[in-house]
Design a protein around this ligand. Structure first.
Ligand code: NZQ
Ligand code: ZN
Length: 387
């Protein structure tokens, strides 16, 4: 196990009604910039509850609405301007990963003397941020408890992740009932996203990190159990609660520290989103089984077989056979059990037009991953995923 520092200072208030803790924002001042998306929080009533609690706590709220899924740098810039113009003390996101990511880069951009896009391209420029808070409404990205944010500049077909301890939320409210209204599509995509975060950390060659691997397998088994349960019964509290807590731990360092390889399916997916604006979790589900098949070899078959035995309860002596069955199970889970689009054509990507340029960028972003991936490997993976 490699050396690491584990520090997740986010205070989590988990469970029904925990939004009452929004009065704690007073610890950071008085003026709040509230970031949210296209209106789901107004339809399901979270907005009204949050506004009342903040008003009663004596907070003044400024609003930035319309944060896009795959949030855009233009929206971040707008938020930074508001922070500067109004002397904002803190940023609160209510929503999924897009609203939280947008809030994070606004908070960092507000104290940076330059354009916020610099901070997306070069995380080392992030030297501080306004305090960040979140109320999570979609279980997926783990942004509520991690250091990362992903922002797009669609005019350049660019989508990049950035990260800094300064962007870790100070406090997040995780109320599973807030995810009852999440659509089937987004529930499935969110489950695939947290599974992908787990896979990115789980598939590594470091020996002796058993505790991280067993945690990872537990997260995967939880997603496999409760993802379909949440689809069948959107207001199943246990399903929504388990997915919510699994999503936070898939990416907050718990299973990554000590064994962390560079991620590779995410860089490949971010290119799909950058060029075609697709839903992140759907892109990951499409690429994951194809990537698994592409990299499986004699040298790593035991790792895939362990995945098959410990997550899918597969039996059998032959590692390669178990590994292949585990990949089949993964594919069936995403595309049959969870009903997700099974290939790129199903999400509107019909030809190879951008594969070369996308693969070149993704190859740079995945140096040091579980198995090395050249630009040519990635083009092959995209082609196999086309359908
Ligand atoms: O915009 P609204 O109206 O709120 O609707 C959203 C949006 O249309 C809707 N939604 C959210 N909560 C809802 C709800 N609808 C009904 N009821 C609710 N309770 O769901 C749609 C998708 O929301 P979004 O925030 O875009 O989804 P997600 O949480 O999956 O975030 C995706 C973004 O996060 C990035 C992705 O790349 C993508 O840009 N990621 C962030 C990471 C991080 N910060 O660590 C890591 C991830 O790997 C990922 O890259
Ligand atoms: Zn992800």
């Amino acid at each position: 196990m490699y050396n690491f520092t584990y520090s997740v200072p986010t205070r989590i208030h988990f469970g029904k009604g925990q939004i009452s803790h929004l009065n704690e924002l007073r610890e950071s001042g008085e003026k709040v910039l509230l970031c949210y998306g296209g209106g789901s929080i107004k339809k399901n009533g979270i907005y009204d509850d949050a506004m009342k609690i903040m008003k009663d706590a004596g907070l003044t709220v400024f609003e930035l609405s319309g944060v896009e899924p795959n949030p855009r740098i233009e929206t971040v810039r707008k938020g930074v301007e508001m922070c500067r113009a109004e002397g904002i003390d803190m940023v609160l996101a209510i929503g999924g990963g897009s609203s939280i990511d947008c809030a994070k880069v606004i908070a960092a951009g507000a104290v940076y003397d330059g354009d916020a896009w610099d901070l997306v391209l070069n995380p080392s420029l992030i030297k501080g941020a306004l305090p960040i808070y979140s109320v999570l409404t979609l279980s997926a990205t783990g942004s509520e408890m991690d250091t990362f944010a992903v922002i797009s500049d669609m005019s350049k077909n660019e989508k990049w992740g950035t990260g800094s301890p300064f962007m870790t939320p100070k406090m997040s409210v995780l109320d599973p009932t807030y995810t009852y209204t999440v659509s089937r599509k987004q529930t499935a995509a969110g489950t695939a996203d947290m599974m992908s975060h787990t896979f990115e950390n789980y598939f590594h060659h470091e020996k002796g990190s058993d505790v991280q691997e067993r945690f990872a397998e537990g997260i995967l088994k939880t997603c496999i159990k409760y993802g379909p349960a949440a689809l069948d019964q959107p207001d199943n509290y246990d399903a929504r609660a388990n997915l919510m807590w699994a999503g936070s731990h898939a990416i907050n360092g718990l299973i990554a520290n000590g064994c962390q390889p560079a991620w590779c399916v995410h860089p490949m997916e971010h290119e799909l989103s950058a060029f075609y604006d697709i839903t992140h979790g759907e892109g990951l589900a499409i690429l994951t089984p194809v990537w698994m098949e592409h990299v499986l070899n004699e040298g790593n078959k035991a790792i895939f077989a362990a995945y098959g035995r410990n997550v899918w309860d597969l039996t059998g002596e032959d590692d390669m056979a178990v590994a292949k069955e585990a990949i089949t199970k993964t594919r069936e889970f995403f595309f049959e059990t969870m009903g997700m689009p099974a290939n790129l054509k199903a999400v509107g990507i019909n030809d190879e037009t951008h594969f070369e340029v996308m693969a070149e960028k993704a190859a740079k972003g995945s140096v040091g991953s579980f198995e090395p991936l050249s630009k040519e490997d990635i083009v092959e993976i995209y082609r196999a995923a086309l359908g």
